[in-house]
Design a protein around this ligand. Structure first.
Ligand code: ATP
Length: 582
């Protein structure tokens, strides 16, 4: 197939935005492509070189593209840049300059789809020193033989701006019409299990509908994720679920689908990219925890504070997605736990069985360890119980709950009412610092072994003259501070809780309230565990400070009775309640 055929289709696709017309243009294209070429056609139409999980990127920056255009057209880079400034799109630049280019050489060959695809593929595969020059040569080789419109689309593909705006779902529609008697559901099911539209197109082209009946889950090939709808009250959720459902903590991190086989682990993101290399610690944890022979499990990966056991803010997970050379440091500074919530495969496809059965399977093949845990879940059939569990989740550092239908199968790639997210709608951000008294301490772990790893902090209730627990503080301690804490607290150590302290939490060591620290918190939340302002805003709830950090200021000028009061915290909570923006 000539590249110009495909370019003609791209031009036609660009002429319309109507989904039906787009589909019919694609049907026409697919029906006229040979089966051994359809894969390439589908990938290029998606603006890719393969399925996402292979991570194939042409890997050439703007500067080099400008150079390639310049060299192949015999024009100085500066001129190309000027044109780029005018037109704002390198594809249009290549198109315009091709027109001005002198005659093509005697040796020029018409571009075939195969040649274009192979050159781009080779560009993606190049690595090491000299790779850039080789990529440049491969691109120039194509540009030398391009017509105007070919140059435009070639460059747009290379820059990742194919701009055709064809959704995968439109390609699925077209494939179903062209090869599967319009049986869209079956084609989509195949796609959800194998996430590779090119592969599916080839199977359909060769054997029609029959070609995809045998598509099965394969360890190593990501499955498209099941997604949740949203509701904002426990009443609505229980009604939708028929009065009873499983409620799971909704962890706030990064969704990971783990594929495990013998000693191999592959980790995929929600977008189905292979992210294994960024999480060697999770991989190691899974190898330890996984007791089956092969399997696919899914969970949410969250940064945790090893000393407080607290989950850290969602944004911190991004530090684990940085460059390779910073990885060792990032692993130490941002340790993670993967909370598994589903099991899709254990040698058998489990996506068709019920949620309850899948959870049982998950429990059977996973033995929890430090890095790998199973998500907290409770079966509920009562509004109050659901609301209470929601608060427990917030207290634990989660974003809310995901309610799951007990009977539902795993609907890969689908958003439906079988899973419903219930998130907080309001957040009380803490903009000011607070001063809190130390009332307890927890033994350190990891690097803090032998020291106090975290402190139990309390505010002061000036009406009842008691100190009410409000958070576990484990962040913001330098090595010097860690050494200083035991010295400062030594005289105040007690064998049991001071009678003026109110705390549900049991630290390893108790202190009489005496030393005051300045603490910066992320936000104030309702809490079933902490005792600050207990029962004032809500029955059976106190207030907690989430994501607390020691600012480094010892408030030696303050007596413990000068610490921030519970009343002040209640005021701060009410004044700063903000609707969470989507
Ligand atoms: P969506 O994934 O629904 O498109 P989103 O990416 O904006 O939405 P959220 O609205 O925060 O994410 O909610 C869904 C996500 O919650 C899931 O994709 C998953 O990453 C995460 N999650 C955390 N805990 C769980 C759990 N126990 N069960 C299922 N998903 C969970």
């Amino acid at each position: 197939m000539d590249y110009k055929e495909i370019v003609k289709t791209y031009e036609a696709l660009e002429e319309t935005t109507k989904r039906l017309e787009l589909t019919s243009i694609l049907v026409d294209l697919f029906e006229n492509v040979k089966c051994d070429e359809i894969k390439r056609v589908v990938y290029l139409t998606q603006g890719k070189l393969g399925p996402d999980y292979l991570g194939l990127e042409v890997g050439i920056g703007e500067k080099l593209i400008i150079k390639a255009i310049g060299e192949s057209m015999g024009i100085a880079d500066k001129k190309v840049q000027e044109e780029y400034r005018k037109l704002g799109d390198l594809g249009s630049v290549a198109e315009a300059l091709t027109e001005k280019r002198a005659q093509r050489t005697l040796f020029s060959q018409p571009l075939t789809l195969k040649r274009v695809f192979e050159n781009l593929f080779r560009m993606a595969k190049k690595s090491g020193s000299g790779a850039q020059r080789e990529r440049l040569n491969l691109l120039e080789d194509l540009l030398n033989d391009c017509s105007r419109s070919e140059a435009k689309y070639l460059i747009r593909t290379v820059t990742g701006k194919a701009r055709l705006g064809i959704a995968d779902m439109t390609i699925l529609d077209a494939l179903a019409i062209a090869f599967a008697d319009g049986d869209r559901a079956r084609v989509e099911r195949a796609y959800n299990l194998c996430s590779d539209l090119g592969e599916i197109a080839e199977m359909l082209c060769k054997n029609g509908k029959k070609g995809i009946v045998d598509i099965k889950i394969e360890v190593g090939i990501p499955i498209r994720s099941m997604l949740a709808e949203r509701l904002s009250s426990p009443e609505e959720i229980l009604e939708k679920m028929g009065g009873r459902c499983a409620a799971e903590y909704k962890y706030d991190g990064l969704r990971i689908q783990a594929h495990i086989e013998d000693n191999h682990v592959k980790l995929f993101s929600r977008r189905l990219e292979d992210i294994t290399s960024q999480f060697p610690d999770v991989k190691e944890g899974l190898l330890k925890s996984f007791k089956g022979k092969e399997g696919v499990v899914e969970g949410e990966c969250v940064v945790v504070n090893l000393n407080t056991g607290e989950m850290r803010p969602f944004q911190q997970i991004s530090h684990r997605r940085g460059r390779k050379y910073e990885l060792t440091e990032a692993i130490e500074e941002y340790p993670v736990t993967l909370f598994l919530f589903d099991c899709l495969y254990d040698g058998e496809d489990l996506t068709g069985i019920s949620y309850q059965e899948r959870r049982e399977k998950l429990g059977g093949i996973i033995e929890e360890c430090d890095k790998i845990k199973i998500s907290t879940v409770k079966v509920v059939d009562d509004v109050e119980e659901l609301e209470k569990f929601f608060e427990d989740a917030i207290e634990a550092g989660c974003e809310g709950l995901i309610a799951k239908s007990l009977e539902s199968s795993y609907k890969a790639g689908a958003r439906g009412w079988q899973w419903i997210k219930y998130k907080r709608e309001y957040r009380a951000e803490l903009v000011d610092t607070v001063d809190l008294a130390i009332v307890g301490a927890f033994a350190g772990r990891g690097r803090r072994k032998g020291w106090y790893g975290a402190l139990l902090m309390a505010c002061y209730n000036d009406e009842t003259d008691v100190f009410e627990s409000v958070c576990k503080l484990g962040t913001g301690f330098t090595d010097e501070v860690l050494k200083e804490i035991p010295k400062k607290l030594g005289d105040f150590k007690r064998d049991a809780k001071d009678p003026r302290v109110e705390s549900e939490m049991e630290p390893d060591y108790w202190f009489s309230p005496s030393v005051v620290l300045e603490v910066l918190g992320g936000e104030i939340t309702l809490s079933p565990i902490h005792r600050a302002g207990y029962g004032v805003l809500k029955k059976d709830s106190g207030l907690a400070i989430r994501f607390p950090r020691f600012t480094g200021r010892w408030r030696e000028d303050k007596k413990p009775e000068d610490a921030t009061t519970s009343k002040e915290l209640i005021e701060m909570y009410s004044a700063q309640l903000k609707r969470i923006e989507e």
